[in-house]
Ligand binder design. Structure first.
Ligand code: SF4
Length: 353
């Protein structure tokens, strides 16, 4: 096992140990009404990722916040007038919000919620990798620490990666890509760009399996297969649509199919079902048999966000995201490049295989 795999396993274990406990209906009702009141009192807005618990997504919508992918979360937090932004997601999302909004207080239900892509790309090792290949333009996925972003020329999300790499390739630039090798491989294949890939992966998407998907497709031959490009190549090859979370949600709304096999974190089903209530959604098969979160298409770090720790942080403000000024200044440049590049792009239409 490599050092990176070791670190990821430790973090994953800690995440499972810290998962919020099931709440009774009365507890939920009380917590939700209290959170709504404290959000107002503290001039705070809740921004949640599609992979968080449906209770949190609903609360974000009901209180004037937003539920979105990481690119839209960053944009929303940037434009909203609230002085405090509560980011329900994983740490790199909180850091991105802080980099874009240094004057705002950025809170998270827990700062321990990380991401295997972030853990698998330590800043010192990444710096050395970049220095070895200094002739390449450094493009990093949003799922990285602020320190890794600070070393990059560009930040991308899965909604805009293809368009940005195409543009860089057209300008003759050679790319150093980190950290997700599957997304990198997919973009490399679709754009033909010269890309050197860091060896990182998402532990959730990596579990989707081609064989199981083939069997499921035989059971539901009319179903469209929707795949997030963090999944392995053989799974991506079977997709009718490959795209970011927003692009997959858009596909459920707009494709004529009645059934969809979905290969991404199952937290996304809340929004898909809300926007397309008559469609049938089927979870793509994973490697496990139900005993662990790795086998149920659910990110253990996203699952650390619960109603109790959300209320706690709103009342106590103790899980505040801080980014040092030098790191912030350096990380802001590649982030701004991405936001400027994507402003006005119709990202929902992009990414279809
Ligand atoms: S689902 Fe994968 S990429 Fe997303 S936060 Fe979890 S580990 Fe990271």
């Amino acid at each position: 096992m490599t050092k990176a795999e070791d670190r990821i396993l430790v973090q994953e274990h800690l995440a499972h140990a810290a998962e919020p406990k099931q709440l009774s209906a009365d507890e939920k009702t009380w917590l939700e009404s209290r959170i709504k009141a404290v959000l107002k009192e503290k001039d705070a807005v809740l921004v949640a990722h599609y992979y968080t618990d449906p209770d949190i997504q609903r609360l974000a919508e009901e209180t004037g916040g937003c539920v979105a992918d990481s690119l839209e979360m960053a944009r929303f937090g940037n434009q909203h007038p609230a002085s405090t932004v509560v980011v329900a997601g994983v740490r790199f999302m909180g850091e991105t919000a802080k980099i874009l909004n240094p004057e705002k207080r950025i809170l998270m239900p827990t700062l321990e919620a990380t991401c295997s892509l972030d853990v698998g790309c330590p800043p010192d090792e990444f710096e050395a990798f970049c220095n070895e290949h200094s002739d390449r333009t450094v493009v990093v996925y949003a799922n990285t620490s602020a320190a890794v972003k600070a070393r990059a020329d560009w930040v991308v999300t899965s909604s805009c990666a293809q368009a940005i790499i195409e543009d860089l390739d057209a300008r003759g630039e050679k790319i150093l890509w980190a950290p997700d090798k599957h997304l990198g491989h997919y973009v490399q294949k679709t754009t033909g760009a010269d890309m050197l890939l860091w060896d990182g992966s998402c532990i959730v998407h990596e579990e989707f399996k081609y064989r199981g998907l083939e069997d499921l497709k035989a059971l539901y031959p009319e179903a469209a297969v929707l795949v997030h490009p963090e999944s392995p190549d053989a799974v991506v090859e079977m997709a009718d649509v490959v795209g970011s979370t927003s692009q997959l949600i858009h596909a459920v709304q707009t494709l004529p199919n009645q059934e969809f096999i979905v290969a991404t974190d199952n937290g996304i089903f809340y929004k898909m079902q809300q926007l397309a209530p008559n469609k049938t959604l089927i979870e793509a098969p994973t490697a496990g048999d139900g005993a662990t979160c790795r086998s149920c298409a659910q990110c253990p770090w996203m699952a650390m966000n619960g109603l109790k720790n959300l209320l706690h942080v709103l009342e106590h403000g103790d899980q505040e995201v801080l980014v040092g000024p030098d790191t912030r200044e350096a990380a802001l440049k590649p982030l701004r490049r991405m936001l400027d590049f994507t402003s006005g792009m119709n990202l929902k239409a992009a990414g279809n295989a």
